[in-house]
Design a protein around this ligand. Sequence first.
Ligand code: AMP
Ligand code: MG
Length: 323
Amino acid sequence: MSSEYLESEIFCMGTNIIQRVYGFNARKTIKEVENEMKRLEALMNFYKDSSEIGILNSYGFEKEVKLSRDVFYIIKKAKYFSEISQGAFDISLAPVIELWGVFTKHERVPLEKEIKEKISLVSYNNLILNEGENTVKFSKENMKIDLGGIAKGYAADRATQIYKQNNVNAAFINLGGNVMVFGEKPDNSDWSVGVQEPFKSRGEIIGVANITNESVVTSGNYVRYFEDKGVKYHHIIDPRTGYPADSNLMSVTVISQNSMEGDALSTAAFVLGDKEGMQLIKNYGAKAIFITKDKKVKITSNMRQDFYLIEDNGFEYCSEVGL
Ligand code: AMP
Ligand code: MG
């Protein structure tokens, strides 16, 4: 079997999606994944009134809105991750996220009064799901949801299903920092994924994670932010306050077989901070790397063999975490 190797990059879901695929049918598979990513974007685009999320956000209080299997499934899982994180992860934060102008050209610090008003709309308990019918209804007027904290993970999982179905030898996909690898490379070397040094520019790493058929997802306060009067405001919001999560963390990287889980867990753990966040990851049975503002690196014990911290870079392991 000839082993073709191809790379591709498209802009979709608000980010650059990079694929590297090994296999005789690499070209066809890459195209299929690109089409799937475009389909998912069309379903979930928060800013498009005609997307399923747009329709749900417009009519969800008036009536039950019928959704595709994909979108219903993601909302169901999102609600589950809200429950197990005591609400640290919450897709119904959208009205607050809109105030901050995350991912728009109108980023700004909202007035306290505005945050108070919008945060009263936020609770995953106000999402009413009907399993048999695949419908969702809002129990509060003016509620909205945003799948930005979980959708890329789902997309990575869908890509992996397509790699499997097409029997490619190996594949790598990166959706703006949401990485997933599949299969074995022709030279049988491990897949290794760099973990970003959170104080430095993109591409500089503090360590390397070796992974197999897994996903690596990072939530960090440097990924997206704006500055106002010398203060940095990042894009991960604490549902308890309506303000950017103010934990002792710079980033949380979650390694898991399912990328959607890793995506939701990394966002939730970032909000919860290193102690509670680590507990959440451990209870769930995932692997993780936490980087704190005081340059401590905490890893779950199941990651000990597979993470290498670059020496003498100012970061050190924190002994608290089973090392
Ligand atoms: P991530 O980059 O996966 O950590 O997700 C961050 C994105 O999810 C943000 O850009 C928001 O669109 C949305 N988001 C922010 N805070 C939360 C939260 N606490 N729970 C769920 N989604 C959030
Ligand atoms: Mg996430």
